[in-house]
Design a protein around this ligand. Sequence first.
Ligand code: RAM
Length: 484
Amino acid sequence: MPNLYLKKANENLPDCITDTIIPDTSPRILEKGDRIILDLKNHYVGYFSFTMNYVDEYIDAPVRMYIKFCETKQELSDDFSKYREGLCASWLQEEIVNIDFPGVYKMPRRYAARFIQITILNTPKKLMLSDFEFSSVTSADNNTLKNPVIHDPELEKIDKVAVNTLKNCMQRVFEDGPKRDRRLWIGDLRLEALTNYYTYNNLALVRRCLYLFAAAERNKSGFVPSFIYENPIFVSGNCFLEDYALLYVVSICDYYQHTKDNDTFTDLYDVMKAQLDAAHARIDNEGIITVDENSDVFIDWCEGLKKTTSMHGVYLYTLCQFVDILIKRKHKDVGIYQERLQKAQESAKHILYDKNKNKVINAKDNNQYSVHSTVWMILGGVISGKEAEEALQNALESKESIKPFTPYMHHYVIEAMYKLNMKADAVQYIKKLWGGMLALGADTFFEVYVPGNPEFSPYGDRMVNSMCHAWSCTPAYFIRKYLI
Ligand code: RAM
């Protein structure tokens, strides 16, 4: 079967749509030590080429250049040689190229950039650079992009940048970041696909990504890997985040709700079931999912975050969507999953939530108080209405609670707000977070943005952060779904 999944995934490779950007029309005469900066005027993903020629005399030695591709202005002044290695330094987009002869020079690699900086490291003679071209690539087709009227000017700007973020991550798959990691991650896919339904509506791309995960090698428990590679060959990822495995099921449910594509749902049914059954096997004798040294769970990039409550919430959230579809389809398995959902919700009410304090706090997570636990209990249907609204407000305002870090987790905070009909709070939250990135001049939204701490990186050095990151594109989804 996995091969069949792969065959289906590769039936229609996405069309690659290209656009040519000419950052500068004037030729530049340069000597050793000179530096120029080209501004593409927006963030793009693609391929760069230019022409090199001699000026007075033929250049009788190779010309050596240092070329740096920068997603933001700040990167132009970053010294990549000072990078404190957390992730591999080769993610930094820099090249030393040696050009032997005059003519057109096409750089073979794909880059994600707004700015291109060229430094002439060595040349015996003057040279001329001209015909700069950046061929941008994406599988997002502007002809299918919905262009709704957004009356609030700040939200309109946020929407535009969010759509640009999505567009640049839409390649052969929904990449997480076109600079880094350039692969298909489940958590990112789920949010990109959601936003895609309200923007480009490229359904073939979503379907392809869903089949790719079905084709992947699962671990002993039956969980799908959290990421895969597919270019030039298919390779399963070696990381098994259990919340991501469940969100894969959610992604199929979202896709089904949006398309009513029965064939895909039926094809992928056993893989979905395997994810839910693997999670069910982790339920302890108190009815709560186990998170321990044998399980890997993401939730957010917060140091020291306890994850049992959130993981249990992700499990409930997934079951809710799954059961909803099984009911609609009058599926024979509905009873099994409905019963599991009810039981797991009941256990959560008793064990994970303190009703007297109206606080999501419990011994399973060493009484740690976090926005994450509160949000996932709301999304999992454990608390609702005014009680939930108050619990969420308190968690967000409390000095003691752990707060979300990534735009990924912020997405789920906002989703919880909309579930509770807290529309004004949701808009304020979007403006504070994504508006904050806009104020920094964002052309695309970042992988991490911590207000007041612009240097923060989960990898130990900001230079390797991805500044166009899929999981940050969802304001376009919220704005288009709820505010228009
Ligand atoms: C990082 C990336 C990716 C995310 C994983 C969990 O490698 O930011 O987008 O999904 O973490």
